[in-house]
Ligand binder design. Structure first.
Ligand code: F6P
Length: 550
């Protein structure tokens, strides 16, 4: 089924939007201290549970009326129909004319999702089965390299969604990973990335996974060619490629052209967006690390959150509430950024992963109909694992001039229990949310006997909003639920902002210009570059200095 581009009522003309604008005026001076004092039950009311995650959003600057109006906005924006359109495979990625079916990647084997008259779920499970067989071969050591050695190092080559998801998931689930295989990742076209990734590796024991949806991405193909040259030089034969390279892609023709046997290719489909591809074959490195059963548990976690998103009423729907809160702060409080602060070292790459998911999806300036928006779209997402951030940028969140809503993520049980560590970690997590919300008044500071001149410096304004996401333990299921929570929250935001959240035209121009500049930087090219004055001067300087260094 093809969705069509129809002009929607401008977001700012919707009745709920207008009511939210008026409501904002009435609530903007209200402090979280007042909200909690007037409403002792708010922690119970403004919290949700789904798919093993608990969300406390009571420290957000909202009342029942705010939530009711935001939910009304979701209704007026047609969110329910848009969710259904995604799940049944409509071509909701309008500018690319594609369905958006990452939800099919984690659907159970007996589900039915039709694309062009074909049920895609069996295709998904067929690939999962092939991945599982391959994973078992590598993990057990029965897959032998060209010289008969088992594989000891797996290097994923990819960029964007073909890297950030695999790296994040590997780091997040490292606790479950086989420790006798070393997993490495190469993404940057900077030769340093490749050089460091193969440091100390034995080509006879190394497997490269070339992960690229298109198999044409400049960075990935440049790294893949270097990897092939490194391998062939090390093993002395082109024939070695077949035992040491596998591909993950939608583009069989380019994979063959590169020299990888199609038998060693794991496919996916154009209805899987790069930043939504972690649970497709792009997750092969994850499956090799944690094993097929854990990978399926990860998918089950995604699916549990998908089901919740599809069926729960909006006021009890975790991704919907999170998405609406982003809209509330972006559009009414003019918050420019969101800090994502995982209190778990294993989630150290989660903020980086979220940056592509959120900003490549909703960093847009026109609606799906091509009309310029007259409101802000995606916030800037950033963050670091706690407690490191506390000794770095939290100062600004507590006492700076900007409002930065925070998402805290924590776990009740550590995967590495050791003395008091986990209680200390979690105490810090809870303390930060408390300090941000309630602050410390000048009167309280004075009462401690602080000298008057120091009082303003030691005062915390509070009223800085945060949510806390808490789960029992970081398991594959929980990671799946957490990623799906953010995916569907991003979907919710995109629907409200009337965007195509699944295209990424904004990355094209730079790619095209880079392709033009590459030959201009090549040795021996002294032709006058034909760009603007600044770019021309940079190219000339680079060429001159490069030559001098030779
Ligand atoms: O950055 C643009 C982009 O197209 C991303 O959306 C994608 O994840 C990445 O490049 C990598 O693309 P590919 O998997 O085709 O190499």
């Amino acid at each position: 089924m093809t969705a069509t581009i129809t002009e929607q009522t401008s977001l700012t003309q919707l009745p709920a939007w207008k009511k939210l604008s008026a409501h904002y005026e009435s609530i903007k001076q209200t402090h979280l201290r007042q909200l909690f004092a007037a409403d002792p039950d708010r922690a119970g009311r403004f919290s949700l549970e789904a798919a093993g995650l608990f969300l406390d959003y009571s420290k957000q600057i909202v009342t029942d009326e705010t939530i009711a109006l935001l939910v009304a906005l979701a209704g007026e924006s047609g969110l329910r129909d848009r969710i259904e359109a995604m799940f049944v495979g409509e071509r909701i990625n309008l500018t690319e004319g594609r369905p958006v079916l990452h939800v099919a990647l984690r659907a159970p084997a007996d589900a039915e999702i039709m694309v062009d008259g074909v049920n895609v779920v069996p295709l998904v499970h067929e690939v999962l089965q092939r991945m599982s067989i391959f994973a078992e071969q590598i993990r057990s050591g029965s897959w032998l390299g060209f010289t008969g050695s088992r594989i000891r190092t797996v290097i994923n080559i990819g960029i964007g969604g073909s890297d950030l998801g695999p790296v994040m998931a590997f780091e997040a689930l490292r606790h479950y990973a086989l420790r006798d295989i070393d997993f490495r990742f190469v993404s940057n076209v900077d030769g340093t990335d490749f050089a460091e990734a193969v440091q100390g590796c034995d080509p006879a024991e190394t497997l490269f996974i070339v992960s690229s949806k298109t198999f044409t991405t400049l960075e990935t193909m440049t790294n893949a060619r270097s990897a092939r040259a490194w391998l062939v030089a090390g093993l002395g034969s082109e024939a070695a490629v077949a035992r040491h390279f596998v591909a993950v892609s939608t583009n069989a023709a380019e994979v063959t052209q590169f020299g990888i046997d199609i038998a060693n290719m794991f496919g996916f489909w154009d209805w899987v967006g790069g930043r939504y591809s972690l649970d497709s074959a792009i997750g092969l490195s994850t499956m090799l690390a944690i094993g097929p059963d854990n990978f399926r548990a990860l998918l089950a976690g995604f699916h549990a959150m998908d089901q919740h998103f599809r069926t729960a009423p909006f006021e009890k729907n975790m991704p919907v509430i999170m998405g609406l809160l982003s809209v509330w702060y972006a559009n009414f409080f003019d918050a420019q950024t969101v800090a994502v602060l995982p209190y778990d070292q294993y989630l150290k790459r989660f903020p980086a992963y979220l940056q592509q998911l959120t900003m490549e999806s909703n960093g847009k300036q026109v609606t799906v109909a091509g009309t310029p928006v007259d409101y802000q779209t995606s916030q800037i997402y950033w963050g670091e694992p706690g407690t490191n951030g506390q000794h770095s940028f939290y100062q600004l969140i507590h006492q700076g001039t900007r409002l930065i809503p925070c998402d805290f993520i924590g776990f009740c049980r550590s995967l590495n229990p050791s003395g008091v560590h986990h209680d200390v970690l979690t105490a810090n997590l809870f303390a930060q949310g408390e300090a941000l919300a309630f602050g410390k008044t000048a009167a309280e500071v004075r009462q401690e006997g602080t000298a008057e001149w120091l009082v303003p410096h030691r005062t915390f304004p509070g009223n800085r909003p945060s949510s806390t996401i808490l789960a029992d333990q970081l398991t594959p299921e929980i990671l799946g639920a957490l990623v799906a929570l953010y995916e569907q929250s991003v979907f919710t935001q995109g629907v409200i902002w009337q965007l195509d959240s699944f295209d990424q035209w904004g990355v094209e121009l730079g790619k095209v210009l880079a392709q033009r500049i590459v030959p201009e930087l090549a040795a021996g090219n002294s032709a006058e570059p034909k760009h603007d004055g600044s770019t021309n001067a940079l190219i000339r300087r680079y060429r001159d200095r490069k030559r001098e260094g030779v």
